[in-house]
Design a protein around this ligand. Structure first.
Ligand SMILES: Nc1nc2c(ncn2[C@@H]2O[C@H](COP(=O)(O)OP(=O)(O)OP(=O)(O)O)[C@@H](O)[C@H]2O)c(=O)[nH]1
Length: 406
């Protein structure tokens, strides 16, 4: 069991205590590092200076208040249920991370920190290796994504895996519509008790939705799901966001030529660890073979991204099941190679950093845009920039000055 010995402000301390109350009890008293060690504490977080104190106590919120009784009980209930693998608790916890309510957002962060601590313990017991594998799946509308997830999902739960499927639908962010189809998708898998399917939230910005998706991944892993599939449609930036949050990125391509394939961005092909040509059955086998050959040569021209793995192109049919076990075998051999070489762990660490900076950029920009001085000056300056009266550089300087002046 790890302990934290800490000297810090009340806010930060109460937060840390809540975060760690399940897995790593905290003792807090003004002592030295050596004093902590002498008392047998293994992990020590010390913040002696005011600067440090501020840094730690604002980790979640600068004004974090003590949890009141009902909040404490809610978090206890969610955490216990989630760790116990209860689907209702997992669903409720994901709803909490999706919330826009400021206080609930803070509670969600406390819950997440607890789950992260629990997961770290599990990883520690697993020799430092991740306990779950995250696969991103993308493809144009109608590529056969839901049919593919349905057959692969049933195969995996049949083999004893617990599978979570999370969706990122960019259209839900802009129009409230659904590119992934309003029809009930993956009907059989949604009845399978070893599978958990969560559609994309109906509204929000893409940044918001992708943030809650990566937090939902952590919650699913805490609830014991050892495979997490994150599905998105190949439109806009959502597939790049998904590629940044998974261990392996799989691109599904239908066996159609010309116009239908033009929607597939070159940039995203470069991110693919595996390309699956779908619907390789009946009359479609011939075009599927042709597409496979085209993509195989295209991938050869790309810069090698990994020492442990070369991207591959395979064919499969969700209707006949042909190629489906082979696709999963490829996914497993990728996972094993990347784990053994340590690349997977490195990729996750790098993703955490990218993720933090994405959130900072998004938050700083929205702060900037909602600043009263900026809002007042912006329309006029934008107009003058488009008219060529003021240079973009000068306008940006003026807006930044307005932002930092009050
Ligand atoms: N022949 C054949 N058709 C398939 C196969 N997989 C899917 N389809 C068909 O392709 C169409 C689209 O399949 P979906 O699985 O709904 O595709 P999707 O990518 O999830 O589509 P959205 O839900 O619109 O995002 C359906 O009519 C399926 O029946 C396959 O393996 N072979």
């Amino acid at each position: 069991m790890s302990h934290v010995c800490h000297k810090m402000g009340r806010d930060g301390l109460s937060l840390l205590r809540h975060i760690s109350s399940f897995t790593s009890p905290i003792t807090a008293f003004p002592v030295t590092k050596r004093g902590c060690r002498a008392r047998g504490y293994q992990s020590i977080v010390l913040s002696h200076s005011c600067q440090h104190r501020r840094a730690v106590s604002t980790a979640v919120s600068p004004h974090f208040q003590e949890l009141n009784g009902p909040e404490q009980r809610l978090l206890n209930k969610l955490y216990d249920g989630l760790i116990g693998g209860q689907r209702a608790s997992l669903a409720e916890s994901i709803t909490l991370v999706e919330t826009q309510h400021p206080r609930k957002k803070e509670l969600a962060q406390v819950l997440l920190q607890r789950v992260l601590a629990y997961r770290r313990e599990q990883e520690g017991r697993n020799g430092g290796k991740p306990v779950a594998f995250r696969v991103g799946l993308s493809g144009p509308p109608g590529a056969g994504k839901s049919s593919f997830i349905e057959v692969v999902g049933k195969m995996l739960t049949g083999r004893g895996h617990k599978l979570a499927v999370l969706a990122v639908d960019p259209s839900s962010c802009t129009t409230g519509g659904s590119l992934m189809g309003d029809k009930t998708r993956m009907t059989e898998l949604s009845r399978d008790m070893s599978a958990f399917i969560r559609p994309s939230p109906a509204s929000g910005t893409l940044g918001g939705v992708t943030r809650t998706t990566s937090e939902a991944i952590v919650l699913c892993e805490g609830a014991g799901y050892d495979i997490v599939l994150v599905e998105t449609v190949g439109v806009g930036q959502s597939e790049f966001a998904v590629a940044d949050m998974v261990d392996m990125f799989v691109l599904l391509i239908p066996p159609a030529g010309g116009d239908e394939l033009q929607g597939i961005k070159r940039g995203i092909i470069e991110r693919a660890d595996l390309v699956v040509v779908t619907k390789s059955d009946g009359d479609l086998v011939v075009p599927a073979r042709r597409i496979q050959a085209e993509y195989t040569s295209a991938l050869k021209l790309l810069r090698k991204r990994s020492k442990a793995w070369n991207p591959k192109v395979v064919r499969a049919s969700s209707h006949t099941n042909e190629g489906i076990p082979e696709v999963w075998a490829k996914i497993e051999s990728y996972r094993d190679g990347m784990l053994a070489s340590g690349e997977l762990q490195r990729r996750r660490r790098a993703q955490q950093k990218v993720w933090m900076w994405n959130l900072i950029q998004e938050n700083v920009l929205s702060h900037f845009q909602s600043h009263p001085g900026v809002r007042e000056a912006l329309p006029r300056l934008e107009e003058r920039v488009t008219q060529g009266v003021v240079s973009p550089g000068l306008a940006a300087d003026m807006l930044l000055r307005a932002f930092s002046s009050s």
